[in-house]
Ligand binder design. Structure first.
Ligand code: PMP
Length: 329
């Protein structure tokens, strides 16, 4: 027998949908692992890692912006605090404090001479045995930073994106801690976003187990109804988004009425405006839901106003919100 093997898949995959080519990254030189800087090529995990087999890992997605004061990380401490909270939800003790993780992040940015970038911290249960119970397993933490453009595309930021309602329901909080950023939970997001792309949409909206609107595959959702800004409450089983919280703060500051309220799928169709928020997605307008135009099918004035304000805040142009920026010395 030669070494060549048949590669015909048992179940051929759809060839009609492309992957996310624009999500390809430029590898940085160094990655932070467990307190040390290591080369990109060495930033690997063992094939028998518990986190790989059973999804027992937690992560964050953070952005750093090029500001007048130098590169500055947006709400770094809040992100690292959420990493610790997510870890606690799966009985994982990350052996680095929030402050240590914040300094490590600044170091990764500095060492790789990055200005504006995306930061991906991840902690996983490593190698010990084969059992499902990870108690007592080692915990490995990596922090990886690299440049990243608009998550939902530059055209999406400007003109809005087209989304549909997923046939997958958001994983219930009665099955897993749904409000924690646990790697295993993202099979749900991956299934939903693949379905959206295969149907020609840019993103997806997941309903929760009760049929109420939850969130996108990696974003929180907002609508504008009768002039008020409405978003599902945390009890809808969503990730407590840091961008969601930021946008709620600044919307109130701008004099808008902000409500956390459950909404049905049909209520989405009545929205005057709609947008997604996320560290990667920032504020991205939604111009179509289930083939129905949102408002007149173009980003509305409230969404645009929030986009501008958010962009000013993250680039350090609003003194009141400079506290949210962690400058990399
Ligand atoms: N929901 C989900 C499922 C996510 O993965 C994300 C991205 N972290 C968000 C919402 C938005 O959260 P944040 O604003 O903190 O990035």
């Amino acid at each position: 027998m030669g070494s060549e093997r048949s590669v015909t898949p048992l179940y051929p995959m759809s060839q009609t949908t492309k992957g996310d080519e624009d999500m390809q990254i430029q590898p940085p030189e160094s990655v932070w692992k467990n307190g040390k800087m290591i080369a990109w090529k060495d930033a690997t995990v063992h094939a028998l890692s518990h986190g790989l087999h059973y999804g027992t890992a937690v992560f964050e997605g953070i952005r750093c912006y090029d500001t007048q004061d130098g590169p500055a990380v947006f709400r770094l401490k809040d992100h690292m605090a959420r990493l610790h909270t997510s870890a606690k939800a799966i009985n994982m003790a990350i052996p680095h404090t929030v402050d240590e993780l914040c300094s490590a992040t600044r170091e990764v940015i500095k060492v790789n001479a990055l200005k504006s970038c995306y930061i991906r911290p991840i902690s996983l249960f490593g190698v010990s045995g084969i059992g499902v119970n990870p108690i007592g397993y080692p915990v490995d933490t990596f922090i990886i930073a690299f440049p990243l453009g608009a998550y939902l595309g530059q055209d999406g930021v400007k003109n809005g994106i087209r989304v549909h309602t997923s046939s997958w329901r958001r994983t219930s909080g009665s099955s897993v801690p749904a409000t924690a950023k646990i790697c295993g939970n993202y099979v749900n997001s991956a299934l939903a976003v693949m379905e959206a792309k295969q149907n020609g949409f840019d993103e997806t909206i997941l309903l929760n187990e009760h049929g109420m609107v939850a969130e996108g595959s990696g974003e929180n959702i907002f609508v504008v109804r009768n002039g008020s800004i409405v978003t599902p409450p945390l009890s809808a089983g969503i990730l407590p988004g840091i961008t969601r919280d930021s946008v709620m703060h600044l919307a109130k500051d701008m004099g808008h009425h902000v409500l956390e309220q459950n909404m049905t799928r049909a209520e989405l169709y009545l929205a005057e405006e709609s947008f997604f928020t996320g560290s990667a997605a920032e504020v991205t307008p939604i111009r179509e839901i289930d083939r129905r135009p949102v408002g007149d099918g173009r980003p509305g004035p409230i969404t645009k106003g929030l986009q501008i304000k958010y962009s000013d805040i993250i680039t350090g142009k609003v003194s009141k919100y400079k506290l949210w920026l962690d400058v990399v010395e």
